[in-house]
Design a protein around this ligand. Structure first.
Ligand code: DHK
Length: 151
């Protein structure tokens, strides 16, 4: 194993509900890239910024909570696009508080330009930074910020 691999910080990249539909889902809002494209982009960005990246997606709130809990001791930081759970999930907020790892929050769309119910995120209060409105580029920008944070 190379030194760079031994030293690489490990980031868990989580995508929440309906993000498995990327590419097919409201392309005017979410664009034409698929989840596979986004995960590839994240692995590439991870390699560029010296991070190892583990990408997962779930439509199930409790599964996301379990993965966040399991990140304690196995990951150095978490990037999450919580999808609609951003706006509803105290459980995901509490899981982040419990593990106390650096969290970067990403939204593909500009949630502040959309319906009022999307303007508040329960995750933002436990994230060190939030990116929205830059499309899937936001994942790369967030991984760059995460690499800085973990350096
Ligand atoms: C994705 C979703 O699925 C929505 O529920 C959020 C977010 C916005 C996004 O822009 O990536 O409101």
């Amino acid at each position: 194993m190379h030194n760079a691999e031994i030293m690489a910080k490990h980031v868990l990249v989580l995508n929440g509900p309906n993000l498995n539909m990327l590419g097919k889902r409201e392309p005017g809002i979410y664009g034409s890239q698929t989840l596979a494209d986004v995960e590839e982009l994240c692995r590439k960005a991870g390699a560029d910024f010296g991070l190892s990246v583990d990408c997962r997606q779930s439509n199930i709130e409790g599964e996301l909570v379990t993965w966040i809990q399991q990140a304690l001791g196995t990951a150095d930081g978490i990037l999450i696009n919580p999808g609609a759970y951003s706006h509803t999930s105290v459980a995901i907020h509490d899981a982040f508080r419990a593990v106390n790892l650096p969290v970067a929050e990403v939204h593909i769309s500009n949630i502040h330009q959309r319906e009022a119910f999307r303007h508040h995120s329960y995750v933002s209060a436990v994230a060190f930074g939030v990116i929205c409105g830059f499309g899937t580029l936001g994942y790369r920008l967030a991984l760059q910020a995460m690499a800085d944070k973990l350096a």
